[in-house]
Ligand binder design. Structure first.
Ligand code: GLN
Length: 538
């Protein structure tokens, strides 16, 4: 088969599920073909690892340790296979590559220009990904909207690709937003028409339009969009707001999206079995409701914890319960009042010292009052600090991250591997690591969810710079706080739990279990949390 390319662009605003729609389109093709998603981002950072989650949303970590856009979370969750570093392309990487080539003399006697040198380099990188991943179909999502100055070079590169590829080898899907202003209660297609004009002025003519919006596209709106985009109305699709993003493949299937793609790309695949499996999981009545509070600090943007929300949806479907996630902002106060009203809590990941003391105070209440709780990365580190302060009677206990002068009370300390690194940014312990669990609740959960490999180890992804101080970990040995993990080579505490005789579910992990959670196979520690909430409720 010749290589196929599917380009996805977006318009009007961000947050209209462009990544999710790309993933959903991929969903149909991936059962038969090796589909490789690529994300083209306009920013000049090499990767989003150094960006503020307030601004950019969650940083997703791949198995190979790459820090990438949270859309990769959607790609992996919809498919269940692993992406790699090369699939995430930023303008920073493009320019770094161009400058390296220039210094090497690749452009000798030439003036290096945006067109053709930068655009050629973009196309080369896309082809490189194809080659490195043995891809058959490449799904390329262009970040941001088509108006952004940052993506202009990407659009020009795509125009050039369309010029030389055969029609059935490259498809352009354009995703737009169709608003319904409150004062007219009517769908407005003007922004969509404008974006099509904008693309046409750049020499791009989308083959499929997907309209997102609160409601289903009306017949009139569909016809209007078809007219302006020079397309038949069968090529205009509608994705209205739905309670769960996992319903999107089904919504697209109903409108015959996959048969159109097959016809346009001149490929053939069987009806999706996975879709049926998903429907069985998705369309079950969710009788009970569980309230989970996220005691957090990145308050401005819910997307900061996108994978945690996804993992809660997965586990909700497993137990057929509706999980309502609420957020406690601990920047200015503790969250005890809220925690009193919840069924369970998550103390998520985070960086630096803001909101920390209030999180610790809230944790004391959670621990003493037997509220089911999962600590993720920073969350686990705070569990260790709280326990040392209140149960080992060392009130000065702290993390070197929050107080540079807290030694010798640094319960959480800098990883050995990080001590001599001067360039702080992007110097973390990243990616997939394996651990061997010793007896306890955590091991039980990983066994129950069939997540223990034949070798006896479990795999999770990591993103941290600090660790629990081995000296303090020894002090925990005589207490109810167990470190339930071992390794012959390297000592970094990866899992801890409070003995089940003193707390129903008080579990922490240095890893990010939320990054490897799937609708068909939710992540064990989230399963344990909700199971425990349900037991207490009954
Ligand atoms: N800030 C902590 C560290 O770097 C925790 C990181 C995290 O929560 N991902 O170790």
């Amino acid at each position: 088969m010749r290589k196929k390319y599917i380009i996805v662009t977006g318009w009007v605003i961000s947050g209209i599920w462009k990544g999710v729609t790309t993933a959903a389109a991929w969903f149909f093709l991936s059962e038969k073909f090796n589909v490789v998603p690529i994300k083209l981002d306009g920013y000049l950072n090499i990767d989003p690892g150094t960006m503020n989650p307030h601004e950019h949303g969650e940083v997703f970590v791949l198995a190979d340790g790459a820090e990438v856009d949270m859309d990769f979370g959607h790609y992996e969750r919809f498919l269940g296979n692993e992406c790699t570093w090369v699939q995430s392309i930023s303008m920073g990487k493009i320019f770094a590559g161009i400058l390296e080539k220039e210094r090497r003399g690749d452009f000798l006697w030439k003036t290096v220009q945006m067109i053709p040198h930068v655009t050629d380099h973009i196309v080369e990188r896309i082809e490189d990904v194809f080659a490195q991943t043995w891809g058959e179909i490449c799904m390329i999502e262009v970040g941001g909207t088509v108006w952004d100055i940052e993506v202009e070079l990407y659009l020009e590169a795509i125009r050039q690709m369309r010029r030389i590829k055969r029609k059935e080898d490259i498809l352009h899907i354009h995703l737009t937003y169709v608003p319904i202003p409150g004062w007219v209660h009517e769908q407005k297609t003007k922004p969509t028409q404008q974006s099509i004009n904008l693309l046409q002025s750049r020499g791009l003519f989308p083959d499929i339009i997907v309209a997102r919006g609160k409601a289903k596209l009306t017949k009139e709106s569909r016809e209007k969009i078809a007219l302006f985009s020079n397309l038949r109305k069968e090529r205009i699709f509608s994705i209205p707001d739905v309670p769960s993003i996992y319903e999107i493949p089904q919504i697209l299937a109903k409108q015959k999206f996959d048969s159109l793609m097959q016809w346009m790309l001149n490929i053939w695949y069987e009806k999706s079995e996975k879709l049926e499996k998903w429907n069985k999981i998705l369309y079950q009545e969710q009788k009970e409701k569980i309230i989970i509070w996220l005691v957090w600090k990145y308050t401005a943007l819910e997307d900061s914890y996108s994978s945690i929300s996804a993992a809660l949806i997965h586990v909700g479907h497993k137990f057929w319960v509706q999980i309502e996630t609420r957020f406690i902002n601990t920047r200015n106060r503790d969250g005890i009042e809220e925690v009193k009203k919840c069924d369970g809590c998550i103390i998520p990941w985070g960086f630096w010292d803001t909101a920390i003391e209030n999180m610790i105070t809230t944790l004391t209440y959670i621990r003493e009052n037997q509220i089911p709780c999962l600590g993720i990365c920073l969350g686990m580190q705070l569990m260790a600090i709280e326990f040392t302060r209140n149960k080992l009677w060392i009130p000065q206990a702290n993390s070197l991250e929050f107080d540079k002068h807290c030694q010798p009370y640094d319960v959480v300390t800098l990883l050995d591997s990080q001590k001599n690194i001067v360039q702080l940014w992007g110097t973390m312990r990243l990616g997939k690591q394996s651990s061997i669990l010793i007896e306890g609740k955590i091991k039980e959960l990983y066994t129950q969810q069939k997540r223990i490999k034949k070798s006896g180890s479990v795999h999770e992804r990591f993103r941290h710079r600090y660790e629990i101080n081995p000296e303090f970990a020894q002090k925990f040995e005589s207490t109810w706080l167990h470190i339930t993990w071992k390794s012959k080579k390297l000592w970094i505490a990866q899992f801890l739990e409070l003995d089940s005789s003193v707390h129903p579910y008080y579990v922490g992990t240095q890893s990010h279990p939320e990054l490897c959670s799937y609708l068909e196979n939710p992540t064990p520690l989230f399963v344990g949390l909700i199971e425990s909430c349900l037991k207490i409720k009954k």
